[in-house]
Write a protein that binds this ligand. Sequence first.
Ligand code: SAM
Length: 295
Amino acid sequence: MIFDRLERLRARVERRRGGHPAPPPADAQRRRGEPPRPRPAGELRARADALAPWYQRVYLGSGVHTLEWAHAAHHESVWASLEPALPADLRGLSVLDVGANAGWFSLQAKRRGAGRVLGLEPDPRYLAQAELCREAWDAEVEYRALGAEDLGAVDETFDLVLATGLLYHLRHPLLALERIADLCRDAVVVETEVVPPRRRQRIRMRLGPPERLGIRSVDSGFMKFVEGDELNGDPSNWWVPDTECVQGMLRTAGFRHLSRPCYLEPTRLLLFASKAESSALDFDAFGRSSATSRG
Ligand SMILES: C[S@@+](CC[C@H](N)C(=O)[O-])C[C@H]1O[C@@H](n2cnc3c(N)ncnc32)[C@H](O)[C@@H]1O
């Protein structure tokens, strides 16, 4: 196999350079895209089906995916757009995955070499899925049954925080971003449903003290409240911000440097933000993928 030959060649080059020691076979196996000790396909299929329905398509080994789709899942498109901005090797970096679902992003981070990876997921059904996927990959990822409201219970900090598909599920999104900023040493990745730019309303803002009152018409920086299940028939959705609102909340939470916004679909925004100018994420590389970028 070409992968085996490449792996042997890579290990030989590294030995000659006196660099990192050759990785153990389990890591090599993971890099090839296969779990270190794949279980039989029938067993994996039965265990995955017992935990359905799945939101994330995760490869479990032996040709079995949690979801058997021919097309890319949304999280795969998110990762593909983000990838140019990620260091080739996440070694030495810790990652917090908030709203981890079945742990696809956590596993990707681990596969790319991240050190400590913690996934938070409040829904026990998704947590069980995450445990199955973690077990299938024999991955050193920890999952905790916590939501973004419980971030105060996490008493460690992380280089990168992933908040994908999360903001619109939160009753208090700004508060959650502030908590995320408390735990985040470097950067946060945000992917969220947004109000598309051309569907905006206008409101009139009163500016200044009463004796020098000015009125200005504004058409951005909004967040739509979702009272029932009107968004995707899902009652766990609360707010749909527009891009400027997400950017403003990130700055308010303490993330001073924002990437360009990328749109995976007209209503799906992906961007990242760091606290300091220098970041492990490559701001210049971001947005040069197939997703459209504005701004
Ligand atoms: C749309 S899925 C996104 C999953 C994953 N982050 C991704 O991008 O593929 C939303 C996830 O957030 C979880 N979630 C819902 N409310 C949450 C909350 N208050 N705090 C953290 N996660 C939450 C859901 O259970 C679900 O797993």
